[in-house]
Design a protein around this ligand. Structure first.
Ligand SMILES: *Cc1c(COP(=O)(O)O)cnc(C)c1O
Length: 462
């Protein structure tokens, strides 16, 4: 420990008189400036106490504080660059919005709007009216509404149709999604009694039928979107369930999870059931997420028979689960693209990235590699083929052929490089595989290439 250095440690009051600090106070909240100064002093005190430094200048403390200050001024929720290749990355905010959706959000966020005002009649309107016709047109459903997310949608559906009654579900479909959503637990919250039928690998239509009683509220089908089981398996098809439901006069509810609205098998992907198909097969109510394969904002969409949707609109729970004007604006913009499939694919970033050809991804990689090579001379870069994932618990077995840039350096290990890129001014989130740092071109945007180069050049080599 060095007493002399400790005495040299500046006091806050002293630093506050410095010109740079006065200047900083003019442009930043004073409370953050003081906090940064205090943290900087504390940091240097610790360094002295543990004999980590042998000299100290006031400027060091000042510069460290100003650096802290610039970090404190950044938004906590902020942009990152997704180099993982996982398109619908739940940790990174799932889907990005298309331009129309963003425009709509910006407009309604900063202006009064007709959220609950019917312009034609000059009377109070419904917030759901702005979106219901669009969803009906696109999915073929009789009626629709939207809530906060798909978990909320399922809660509302069960609360409305199966409160204090039994909801019959196959054991093979009791899924957990991302830790925070477990079908059995959501059902418990709703007050529906879960009746599990069949086995993990096989459930037959008679398993449902034999368990129907006077207190059965719904027959439920859940799309096992984030895992697949193979081998000796059997699932009851939606058609069979619908025909049983019709026979017994019990509504059939399907949680389709991701909410696919275009047939991906046309584009070489394994077949994923679409919302339109469920409606066509006669499902009474189907629910899906807004921010997975649909490519919109966080929301839960409920579509189906009008008599059931009407009951949900009247349920008091709807008030607690209702979505905000910004979400509605984004959802409308997203759904409008779906009026023309080609437009949807072109303009909805999640769809666009999933369907981007391997060759187009390669072109992006080549461009970025060139930019990096021109500026950052300590990197060793190679382009290689690899696989991207859809993510968001959607299409779990789908490996999308892609191209990646593999980054090596004799200056930094892949782990050190990953950390530097993550902790930089703009975070780049990458993956490490086989001790190599990997940037997947699929989830990168050309507009970010200069930023990416800047992030690499900000790395200080020791
Ligand atoms: C993702 C998912 C949910 C949860 O949806 P959120 O919109 O995240 O609430 C529910 N069920 C299935 C099958 C899912 O894939």
């Amino acid at each position: 420990m060095n007493n002399e250095l400790l005495r040299k440690l500046p006091k806050i009051d002293e630093l506050l008189k410095e010109k740079e600090v006065q200047n900083a106070i003019d442009y930043n909240p004073r409370v953050l400036v003081v906090e940064a100064l205090r943290e900087s002093i504390d940091m240097f005190r610790k360094e002295i106490l543990s004999d980590k430094i042998q000299s100290l200048e006031k400027n060091q403390v000042l510069n460290y504080a100003l650096n802290l200050l610039s970090k404190k001024n950044r938004a906590n929720l902020r942009k990152v660059i997704n180099a993982t290749g996982t398109v619908i990355h739940t940790n990174l905010g799932r889907s990005l919005l298309g331009e129309k959706a963003i425009e709509n959000v910006v407009t309604v966020a900063g202006s009064y709007n007709n959220l609950e005002y019917d312009i034609d009649s000059g009377k109070r309107g419904s917030r759901y009216s702005h979106i219901e016709d669009l969803i009906k047109k696109i999915t073929g459903a009789e009626a629709a509404m939207v809530v906060n997310n798909n978990a909320a949608a399922i809660m509302l559906v069960l609360d409305t149709l199966s409160k204090d009654k039994e909801a019959i579900v196959s054991r093979g479909q009791l899924v957990e999604i991302g830790g925070s959503f477990r079908v059995p637990e959501v059902m418990k919250f709703s007050g529906a009694k879960l009746v599990e039928v069949g086995t993990t690998n096989r459930t037959h239509v008679y398993d449902y039928e034999n368990n129907i009683t006077d207190s059965t509220g719904v027959l439920m089908k859940i799309h096992t979107s984030n895992f697949k089981i193979y081998g000796f398996t059997e699932e009851v098809s939606l058609e069979e369930l619908v025909s049983l439901g019709n026979k017994k006069n019990i509504p059939v509810v399907e949680d389709i999870g991701s909410g696919v609205l275009i047939d991906f098998s046309k584009y070489g992907f394994t077949y994923e059931p679409t919302v339109q198909e469920s409606i066509k097969k006669g499902v009474d109510v189907v629910t899906f997420s807004g921010d997975k394969m649909l490519g919109g904002p966080q929301a839960g969409i409920i579509a189906g028979k009008k008599k059931y949707i009407d009951l949900m609109k009247k349920n008091q729970l709807t008030r607690a689960l209702r979505i905000d004007k910004m979400t509605l604006a984004a959802l409308e913009g997203t759904f409008r693209y779906y009026l023309d499939e080609a437009e949807a694919i072109k303009n909805i970033p999640s769809l666009n990235m999933i369907l981007c050809s391997k060759e187009d991804v390669k072109k992006k990689c080549v461009k970025l590699k060139k930019k990096l090579q021109n500026k950052i001379h300590w990197l060793e870069l190679t382009i290689d083929s690899d696989y991207s994932m859809v993510g968001g618990g959607s299409m779990p077995t789908e490996k999308i052929p892609t191209y990646v840039i593999k980054v090596k350096s004799d200056k930094l290990s892949p782990q050190e490089m990953e950390k530097e890129l993550r902790m930089g001014e703009v975070s780049i989130i990458c993956r490490i595989f086989n001790n190599e740092l990997i940037l997947d071109g699929r989830t990168l945007f050309e507009k970010d290439f200069d930023t990416i180069v800047q992030c690499f050049s900000n790395i200080k080599l020791v």
